[in-house]
Design a protein around this ligand. Structure first.
Ligand SMILES: Cc1cc2nc3c(=O)[nH]c(=O)nc-3n(C[C@H](O)[C@H](O)[C@H](O)COP(=O)(O)OP(=O)(O)OC[C@H]3O[C@@H](n4cnc5c(N)ncnc54)[C@H](O)[C@@H]3O)c2cc1C
Length: 308
């Protein structure tokens, strides 16, 4: 069979689109690796409009439940499935290849968000999950009373440091530049904590350790000297990369591999494919924006399908 629409990704953008697709009675295929949007690791989300405060886990569960409540026989949900490549056919339809099957669709909405940028220095890969981690909320409590570092200088890095300061012996924040991407008010607030040490102009060089992390080496960019810190935990918060590899030959991407979209409609450079949320070149990335942009895309997809 050929679906009217295939939605790829089960974060806030994908779910919002799925709910709208069901209401518009578009025969939809919904492919997602999981229902865990990026903020599912957050302890408390305070800006999901209409909800004063909610944990990331609960928000993800609520979103999944919302989709399932209205999916009926309109939205076919394929959870645990990962999209590998999208192919454009000569008649304008698309073939979607996943790790488990292949499907055909008249239109596609890409909502695959982004994933953590990895620390690419010797030892980082080998010692991941052995002291080096990308999630303070998930793994932080394992490092109670220990000396840890956070690599990064944005809001996420400071948010992680704030969580770790509650139970770690000391937290050292390693920032590449001399200034921070984080909000000045956040930096100022945390800087007052005596357990936090901030090191700037520090270029990450190596993660040390046999079976588990035992240290971290950085180069002082001002003096050119290498400095070794004795730590057992390394929390990496150096940004994210959009998950767009499966459409890299199908739609135009910007220099950071975000899908370029028309912000009025969320249409991509390829007729029949739309994108919404963190995988796009939209300037701002938030849960509410992802959901809103996906609804905008869905309205446009509906017009496209019904006026063709
Ligand atoms: C720690 C943290 C805290 C945050 N806190 C907030 C906050 O308080 N408020 C706020 O508004 N925003 C917050 N954000 C930002 C917010 O999480 C994102 O803007 C939002 O999740 C983007 O939604 P999305 O649907 O575009 O993508 P994502 O949430 O990234 O979801 C992508 C989905 O696609 C799926 N997927 C990925 N690749 C494939 C594939 N190949 N095939 C099939 N499925 C795939 C994933 O499994 C996932 O379900 C936070 C982000 C982080 C990292």
């Amino acid at each position: 069979m050929i679906y009217d629409l295939t939605i790829i990704g089960g974060g806030p953008a994908g779910i919002a689109a799925g709910v709208y697709a069901s209401r518009k009675r578009l025969k939809t295929l919904f492919i997602t690796k999981d229902f865990l949007g990026q903020s599912s690791v957050s302890e408390g989300i305070e800006n999901w409009i209409g909800t004063v405060k909610i944990s990331g886990t609960q928000l993800s569960k609520d979103l999944e439940n919302h989709l399932k409540a209205y999916a009926g026989d309109i939205v076919d949900i394929k959870a645990g499935e990962s999209c590998e490549v999208v192919h454009t056919n000569t008649d304008g339809t698309f073939d979607i290849q996943t790790n488990k099957g292949s499907y055909s669709s008249k239109t596609i909405l890409v909502t695959t968000g982004s994933a953590r940028r990895k620390l690419e220095i010797p030892g980082a890969d080998r010692l991941e999950h052995k002291g080096l981690t990308y999630c303070a909320t998930c793994d932080g409590p394992l490092f109670a009373d220990q000396d840890v570092i956070v690599v990064g200088g944005g809001n996420a890095a400071f948010e992680s440091a704030a969580q770790l300061l509650a139970y770690c012996k000391s937290v050292t924040l390693i920032n590449r530049g001399s200034s921070f991407r984080a909000d000045p008010v956040t930096v100022a607030k945390l800087s007052e904590n005596p357990k936090l040490k901030i090191i700037t102009n520090a270029i990450s060089k190596e993660v040390l350790g046999e079976k588990f992390v035992s240290g971290f080496v950085y180069t002082n960019n001002t003096t050119g000297t290498d400095v070794t810190l004795s730590v057992t935990g390394i929390f990496v918060e150096i940004g994210s990369v959009p998950t767009t590899y499966f459409v890299k030959d199908t739609v135009k991407l910007d220099q950071w591999n975000h899908i370029m979209v028309d912000p009025r409609t969320q249409q991509t450079s390829q007729s029949g494919i739309w994108a919404a949320g963190d995988c796009t070149d939209g300037l701002y990335h938030q849960n509410n924006i992802a959901a809103g942009d996906a609804v905008k895309a869905l309205e446009d997809i509906y017009v496209h399908l019904t006026t063709k």
